[in-house]
Design a protein around this ligand. Structure first.
Ligand code: ZN
Ligand code: ZN
Length: 243
């Protein structure tokens, strides 16, 4: 069984009042960390010490700016003892630690737990806190920003997440063997720059295995998914279970 809980499903502009995209798998594995991370983990009543690994797709603000608030919580309110793992693009440790200190100077001080960083290295299996995962280079803002998709087996189910990306062949490597593919579908009509849209979704749905459920996020509106099998447009605070 795998359970995905969406903390948000919107694009960077919070279109239509949707919150920024992020989801939590099995209450332990977080995929992206938008500014609303802490309030939304609390709203979902997630025990904050259950967060084991945070996978960061890239360093756009809607995907990582919530992390300092989690560190703040662990300094002042919620006692944490277990290591917290953060997976992200190369340079993730310096980037996140420095950003957190700019938000709150004391937030990276000794607080009884360790933060351990893992840099995405596409091409082979990697391990984080005893789970295997694979990172895939995505194609979001070519030449200026490294972006990654992640495929993570969790028990008997496997989740794959594109982060932000335009259509690229790596999406099909990422989706290979996944039970669920969480997909950037920013454009609810047609297509556009730096992200995918419904036109890309229609091509991807044909090429990805029919049994792989595709969940759409990073939405700028309500996508028209009529005629598409096994596709879900995620909703803020929606929880989806896969038996
Ligand atoms: Zn984004
Ligand atoms: Zn982005």
């Amino acid at each position: 069984m795998m359970e995905l809980a969406f903390l948000g499903t919107g694009n960077a502009f919070a279109a239509g009042g949707r919150y920024w995209s992020s989801f939590l798998a099995n209450g332990r594995y977080l995929f992206d960390a938008p500014p609303t991370l802490l309030p939304h983990l609390k709203r979902l009543e997630t025990p904050l010490t259950n967060i084991e690994v945070i996978f960061l797709s890239h360093f756009h603000g809607d995907h990582f700016m919530g992390i300092p608030f989690l560190f703040l919580e662990y300094v002042y309110l919620t006692e944490r003892r277990d290591d917290l793992f953060i997976v992200g693009p190369p340079g993730v440790e310096a980037k996140i630690e420095e950003f957190a200190r700019q938000c709150y100077p004391n937030v990276t001080r000794e607080a009884g737990y360790r933060r351990r960083y893992v840099e995405a290295q596409p091409g082979a299996d990697q391990y984080v806190n005893e789970i295997a995962f694979r990172a895939f280079p995505m194609n979001h803002v070519p030449d200026s920003l490294e972006c990654f998709g992640y495929r993570v087996p969790l028990g008997d189910k496997t989740v794959a997440y594109t982060g932000d990306t335009m259509f690229c062949d790596e999406i099909f490597e990422l989706a290979d063997g996944a039970d669920v593919l969480v997909l950037d579908c920013t454009y609810s009509e047609g297509e556009g720059p730096e992200h995918m849209g419904v036109d890309d979704l229609r091509v991807i749905r044909k090429r990805v295995a029919a049994e792989t459920t595709i969940i759409l996020t990073h939405l700028n509106g309500e996508p028209d998914i009529t005629g598409l099998e096994n596709v879900i447009a995620a909703r803020d605070f929606g929880t989806y279970r896969f038996e």
